[in-house]
Design a binder for this molecule. Structure first.
Ligand code: 6GU
Length: 227
């Protein structure tokens, strides 16, 4: 059983992503618990303040220390986290090996920044891992957190109906997935490759591997250069 707590100022943004399909099934099966926590619950005053102007000036607001520290420390009373993750565009770029590693942990705490981010002292004091999902800027960490939780959640044993299906994903072996087809075998004259209809599993496996290699060469030659 994996537990993921998420601290955010926009919990509504995280309502949808985990309420459907595979993430819903993972939670219904008791394999994954995702809990979102509204940072405003730990606001410092009656104005529900959680952010303030940056020292030194400049545009945007910064999430303040006190609400975040109090939120993290309150959650830590009940849960010992294996990682406290801050979602930020200057973090380490998320990839499949990171998803694989995180999926083996028990308890994760994810902090979503907004505006100009969170006070650096929170990062220094509490954060054990900083993750970006790519080289572009989102208006907050929530959508990025949803991506990370989805990628991790589907890897938890028992979540996917066919437990091997995560092993055949693109990137698990640095190869892109091969093309797939379903009925009809002839769609407007466009035919499914013969080999897939013949029922020889060995030939199908070889064909899929060749297609994966071909696809990777043409679309993502960079994947061959890794490790
Ligand atoms: Cl994790 N947060 C934000 N705000 N933007 C991003 C990101 C995270 N990853 C890529 N862009």
């Amino acid at each position: 059983m994996m537990t993921i707590d998420i601290i955010t100022v926009v919990p509504d943004l995280l309502e949808g992503p985990f309420s459907h399909s595979i993430m819903k099934r993972a939670q219904d099966k008791g394999l994954l618990t995702v809990r979102t926590h509204n940072l405003r619950k730990w606001a410092i005053n009656k104005h529900a303040q959680v952010d303030d102007y940056p020292f030194g000036g400049g545009a945007g607001m910064v999430l303040m220390c006190e609400p975040l520290a109090n939120a993290i420390e309150e959650l830590q009373i009940n849960t010992s986290y294996d990682a406290i993750i801050y979602m930020t565009p200057d973090g380490k770029t998320f990839d499949q090996p990171m998803a694989n590693q995180l999926s083996m942990l028990q308890n994760l705490l994810i902090i979503c920044g907004h505006y100009k981010g969170i006070d650096q002292r929170i990062r220094d004091q509490y954060i054990t891992m900083e993750i970006s999902i790519g080289d572009y800027v989102l208006s907050g960490g929530e959508l990025a957190a949803a991506v990370v939780v989805d990628a991790i959640g589907r890897l938890i044993p028992g979540v996917l109906s066919d437990e091997t299906s995560a092993l055949t994903d693109s990137f698990q072996d640095n190869l892109l997935a091969p093309p797939v087809y379903t009925r009809p075998a002839d769609f407007r004259g466009m035919k499914v490759p013969e080999i897939l209809l013949q029922g020889d599993p060995k030939k199908v496996e070889d064909w899929r591997f060749e297609q994966s290699v071909e696809r990777t060469k043409t679309r993502r030659p960079d994947l061959f250069k890794e490790d």
